[in-house]
Design a protein around this ligand. Sequence first.
Ligand SMILES: C[S@@+](CC[C@H](N)C(=O)[O-])C[C@H]1O[C@@H](n2cnc3c(N)ncnc32)[C@H](O)[C@@H]1O
Length: 408
Amino acid sequence: MLFNACDYDGEQVIATAQPEFLQPALAELQSLCSALTVVEELGPGIALCAVPAMRRLLRQAMEHPPVFVRHLAPAQAIVELRGTIEDDCARLALALATLPEFAWLGPGQYFAVQARLLPPAKQPPVRSLAYTSGQLNQKLASVISEETRAIESIRKPRIVLSIALTAERGFVGISLAEENLSSWPGGERHFARLPEQISRAELKLLEALEVFNLTLPTEGEALDLGAAPGGWTRLLLQAGLHVVAVDPAALAPALHEEARLRLEHKRCSAEVYLAEALHRSRRFAVITNDMRMDARDAARLLVRAADLLRGDGFVLSVLKLPHATKHIQPLPVLREALAILQGTYAIVKARQLFHNRQEVTVVAGSPRQSRLFAGRHRSRAEAWGAQRGLPLLTRHDSAETGSRESDR
Ligand SMILES: C[S@@+](CC[C@H](N)C(=O)[O-])C[C@H]1O[C@@H](n2cnc3c(N)ncnc32)[C@H](O)[C@@H]1O
C-alpha cells in the first residue's frame, strides 16, 4: 500500500540531528519555515516534518546552513513494508516511480540510492527487516538503472533517491544532490579506519574539512591546542605543515619520529603557551583547538591566539557543550562562546557534525582581516567565506532561531 505524503497536509521532510539537539535543530528549521510542524518522531534525533514547500526548505537550508540539523531528506511518499528485500524493493521502486522528480532519471543521468535504516523510536520494533541498507541500495539502484538507463554514481550523483526505513514503513523522496545538506544518508559521514590513525578525534577534523570545504595548507606552521594523543597533529603533519602541538599530556609514540623534523610538542597548557608565544613573531597558517574545556573558556583562549594567526589563516575549533541539566543549558553556553569569538574573528560557520559528541565545530576567518577592515567587517568575512564557498554565520544564525521567515 502506498500513501502519498501529501495526505499528511503538505509536503514532508525528515530532519536528522543528534538526539540531544533535536529541539534546537527543529527551531532552526522553523526559523527558515515558520509553518514547519513535526508530524512524528521516527527515531532518536529523527523527525518527520510537514512543510508547505519541501524543495524550498531544502534550498533555504543550503543557503543558511543550520548548526544542529545534520540532514534533511525529502519524504514524498510512504510505503508499507513487508520485510523481505524482493517485496520491499518492488514497493519502494513503484513509489519512487510515481514521483514527478522520477522523470529526472533519464539515460546518462548520475544518481545514487541512499537507503538508511532508522533506529527505533522508543519501543523495540515488532519485527525487523530481513536485509541491510546496503543490500537494498544495490538492488534498488540496479532496478532503477535498468528501468531508466540512468547511471548509478555513489560518489558524485546528480540525483539522490532518499529512502528512510523503519521496521514497517519506507519514506522515499527524490532531490538533487546540490539541494542536500549532507552528501551522506542522515548526515552520517563514515570514514574507513586506517592503521596509522591515532585517535577517533581524527575523524572530527576530516569531517570538518569536508563539511566546511576547507583544505589544509601544505606549507607554513600550524598550532594544535589540546593536541594529545595527536590525531589532529598527525593530519596537520601529513598535509605538510610544521606543527606546534600544545598539550600537557603525551603524544602517541608514532609521532616521535616526526618530532625531530616538523613537530614541536609543548608539554604545557594552552594558557601558558599563548602567554609566551604572544611575545614572539611566530604566525600560524592554521590554529586548531580540540581542548576539553568549557566552550566560553576555549573561545577566550582563541581570542588571545588571534594575534598568532596569519592574515590568510583560519581557526578550526571544537566547542564543547555541557549536557542539559536543571541549571545548565547548552545553547546559551554556545551562544556566549560564539559571541566571544565574533568579537574578534569573522566567524564563518558552525556545525554540529556527525563525529561531534556534546560539541559543535566552528571555523573562523582571519582576525586581522576583520580588524583591518573594521567598518567592512562583514563584507571581508563574506569574501573570506566566498573564496571557500561558505556562507557567513550571522549572529542570530549561531545557536538558535533567527527571524528569517522567508516562508511568510
Ligand atoms: C579530546 S583530546 C584531543 C584529541 C586530539 N585532537 C587528537 O586528535 O588526538 C583533548 C585534549 O585537550 C587537552 N587539554 C585540556 N585542557 C587543556 C589546556 N588548558 N591546555 C592544553 N591542552 C588541554 C587534554 O590534555 C586532552 O589531551
